[in-house]
Design a protein around this ligand. Sequence first.
Ligand SMILES: Nc1ncnc2c1ncn2[C@@H]1O[C@H](COP(=O)(O)OP(=O)(O)OP(=O)(O)O)[C@@H](O)[C@H]1O
Ligand SMILES: [Mg+2]
Length: 357
Amino acid sequence: MDKLQQRILENMHTAVLLLDESLRLRYINAAGEMMFAISAQRFVGQAIRHTLFDQELANALEQVLASGSPFTERELVLDLGYRRRVTVDLTALPLQEDDGSTELLVEMKQVDRQLRITREEGLLAQSSATRALVRGLAHEIKNPLGGLRGAAQLLERELHNEELKEYTHVIISEADRLQALMNRMLGPSALPHKRMINVHEAIERVRQVVSAELPATVQLSRDYDPSIPELHADLDQLIQALMNLVRNAAQAVGEKGQITLRSRTLRQYTIGHTLHKLVARVDVIDDGPGITHEMRENLFLPMVTGRAEGTGLGLPIAQSLINANGGLIEWESQPGKTEFTVLLPINSTPNETEKAP
Ligand SMILES: Nc1ncnc2c1ncn2[C@@H]1O[C@H](COP(=O)(O)OP(=O)(O)OP(=O)(O)O)[C@@H](O)[C@H]1O
Ligand SMILES: [Mg+2]
């Protein structure tokens, strides 16, 4: 290979692999080494079956060699071991050599990031449509509810029969219960009071409150990055949002389990459409059963609950509070590990926060 070709291949963002007829690695470029976290020196000459590619993919590649026709697979999930997974668009092209042998050129472009952005857009849109719907509905219900309660009180005064008063009591207390629910649905009406805060203030407060509620058999541990710079946000709103996530985790693990509160920073990270130099991420991780399939699609919609006594408001409220602070909540779940991630922009000047979606 000449120097120029080498330079091009080594600087490409796409992973490029060349395999021989027995699916042994002949060449891998730098992007490929990065993706698989291997060194070309060690891997060239080795079979990729069971090492880089799983059985199924290796079989598909053999098929390409046998048939001589190219193969493309979109959004293929590669399991890279150590819980590392990437989603790629993969193309395999059989190359006929002069000596009659065939080689296979495999190109892989990582698409995780793109998928993430599409999914986030969904989350953001969902949450603003939700907010409008919920607010409209709650307002419509609150007014007649006030009238109903007032009328029941007047009626109660006129009644002299104690037995009949029981009925007005029921009306009043149920109206109060509905009123409280509507207030929760309307969420915080006040605009956020932002100031420079340390994100750990919020996490620690939540940890203290929740640890008092947890059974001794549930462990609540912390894994903080103490160097996270201060960020411009509303402390009470962060506390409320995190509280909802941690309570969900506590309900998911039940009597026995492990909840971890983790904080980290991310560099050059996009939230919605805004690229931020630095983002704080707070993860609430639990080892409960995971989010069921029925719940997944509509997790952030109000009134969607998997618990008999749940109101299904915890997550939509948390999402809208974090959105109000320029951030976003993402999640990932499988049985035994559910992770809710709060992403919040950290900006050098407070004004930059306001521009975020
Ligand atoms: N960490 C988690 N593990 C498993 N399922 C979860 C987790 N967090 C949320 N869920 C599921 O998502 C549903 C919705 O959560 P959300 O907090 O919005 O409402 P809720 O907890 O049911 O009620 P509320 O928070 O209003 O009391 C839950 O009922 C539960 O089924
Ligand atoms: Mg909840």
